[in-house]
Ligand binder design. Structure first.
Ligand SMILES: [Cu+2]
Length: 157
């Protein structure tokens, strides 16, 4: 009986370890897009998991909610202000997760085609170098309390 119990614990631990939330494909989770107004800009954030054994790259994205979509990296300049630099791609190493978050990598939505209010949803399609596109339905959230509207310079002028 004790042996069986140990066995059960072992199997449970094994399942938990294998499960560790890493899918055996490229997947996105915790995705959200900042609220914004028509003609303005916004940004989408998420965790991208490459659970496969091969490296890949995020090479672009598109959305029904913006005229143009670019991959950006925000970084601090020497004078303490933030700047955004367009990226050709984001590396997705095998077995690793890459976080797109305020103040770092993000998917920039340029020229919103409509107002994006908290509770709305947009369609965002991620394009990868080595595999099929991934289309997400991304919820809109207000940025308040998440670093301020000025983060990433995405505030509407
Ligand atoms: Cu940006």
């Amino acid at each position: 009986m004790k042996k069986l119990l140990l066995m059960l614990i072992f199997v449970t631990l094994l399942v938990a370890a294998c499960g560790s939330n890493m899918p055996n494909e490229i997947a996105a989770k915790d995705f959200w897009v900042r609220s914004g107004t028509k003609e303005g800009n916004s940004a989408a954030y998420m965790l991208i998991q490459n659970g496969t054994s091969t490296d890949d790259e995020l090479v672009g994205a598109s959305s029904d909610a913006a005229q143009a979509v670019e991959i950006h990296l925000s970084q601090m300049k020497a004078d303490g202000t933030m700047e955004m630099i367009q990226q050709q791609s984001i590396a997705l190493p095998a077995g690793k997760s890459v976080e797109l978050k305020p103040g770092s990598y993000h998917i920039m939505l340029i020229g919103l085609t409509r107002d994006l209010k908290s509770g709305d949803e947009i369609t965002l399609t991620l394009k990868f170098k080595n595999r099929a596109d991934l289309t997400l339905t991304v919820p809109v959230k207000d940025a308040e309390g998440m670093g301020g509207g000025g983060m990433d310079g995405h505030q509407t002028p």
